[in-house]
Design a protein around this ligand. Sequence first.
Ligand code: USQ
Length: 532
Amino acid sequence: MKLHNAHKTCWNCPAAILKGNVDFRACGQSLEAIRQRIEREGLLIECARLPDLGHFEPTITFEECPEWRPTKYGYLLENMRVMILGIDGYLGWTLALKLGALGCEVSGVDCFLRRKMVRELGADSVVPIYPMEERLKAAKEVLDIDIKFRKINILDREKLGQFMREVQPEAIVHYGEIPSAPYSMIDCDHAIQVQYNNVIGTLGLLFLMKEICPEASLIKLGTLGEYGAPLTGRPLFEGLFPADAILRWRGREWSLGGELTPRDPVSFYHVSKVQDTFNIYEACKYWWLRSYDVMQGVIYGVHTDEVAADPRLRTRLDVDEWFGTVVNRFVAQAILGMPLTVYGEGEQIRGFIALEDAMECMVRLISSPPEPGQYDVVNQVSGLYKVSELAETVARVAAEFGYDVKIQRVENPRVEADYHPFEVVSTKLPNELGFTPKVPLEVEIRRMFELLTQPHIVERIKKVAHLIRPRTWWSGEKRVVETLEVYRPGTRRRRGFKPKLITDRERFPTSKMEEVERAVEALGEGGDGDKG
Ligand code: USQ
């Protein structure tokens, strides 16, 4: 059974020097025109990794190429040079360790803005994190991973460009953005800071990539919240409409296939991600950059094998109003004996994914670069839940740990629909990239309780307890929200809409999936199998 990216060829590989005999990056040439020209005139490439091959056609598959080796996440380029922007963050650090453990040459930049912003608000990561120097030392000692780190603000294009020239990344993961909706809604200064940092940072990066490493793929963290939650019930497609989506108007009809789907962002932070989407889309069009825009749901959790390998390798976890995401906050609240803060009716539905599953998705995306010029979008979620449902699940797991948890409905400081349909399409990760979610919600919540109930962490949670109840209103008001109702888990009838996650797995039969998994298991952890 083939791994998901076995069929990809030099055409997708960042080591292929495609300039050769066709100046295919020139502006204004359509993909179709280029394809025709290639068919007519032939296209020869050179391989940056195997220059002895000379000029050849870009038809060698990942499966055939000695530079791509099989792993449990698909073929991965040997010692692939992956640069992570925002490597000190919740996701950046976790991914760095995972990629390092898989044999990638990991480099990363960070200016510690996240640490600074959280501390300025009086909060801190409840899981202790170490200074970068100690993190890097521990990564070497415990996991034998060398990470090349540089303290750089990505807005400093000169320094970032210099580092990119040095490293010559084959893939760039862009986590270097301010990730908080409430933070962007504090006031005008914060809204501007978030949009400037995110939008200008990404735009500058695109220009640098064009100049320095146009063959590298950009794996950019977008957000599912770019789409909003359409009250019409229209599914949230994966960034672009499928070919069979039809617009009907006054007796005529058009296919919407390939057009960007409408965006309806839910905060000034989410608006910054929408702006990024357009900038990346254009850069792929003008300069033949290639990118996956990852529309990720809300992340939760603390575990991957690598971060759990040593306390010095742990990734951060925030639970304050601004930087804590809902599940992480609920677990901390349960430990504090604070009723879980469900905003409004609690019937709002969001997409979620556990940290470990999200990291696996990222590795699969890195290992499967798009074609030159290809802008692609994946919806990265593993489950859809109502906020009130999450509170029930956290309360249930908390009971296993001896906590008697109550739930409180509080005023909703955000502007979001209480009741809304929610249908999310997420077909590419499961069907084209071979991803199956491995971490059920309750399992990760259990792991969180195991870690967060350690006495030194409980002490740290107590220190930020006063920053958990929200006081940042989308209206601009500044007052702590009031409680509307306190109830015991299991006593409130659920109303509203039932979410639907469309994965199209039925088109990719389970038997086939199992076959892939068995083949992958045979490769063993990390995968070090030979070709053939
Ligand atoms: N919520 C509560 N109680 C809380 C906290 C949140 O009911 O104590 C509700 C919110 O009203 C919202 C939902 O939970 O409806 C999710 O809120 P969140 O704070 O967990 O996540 P959000 O602000 O949407 O943003 C987070 C990340 C962001 C990422 C986004 C993915 O901070 O970086 O882009 O999740 S998504 O939500 O799909 O856009």
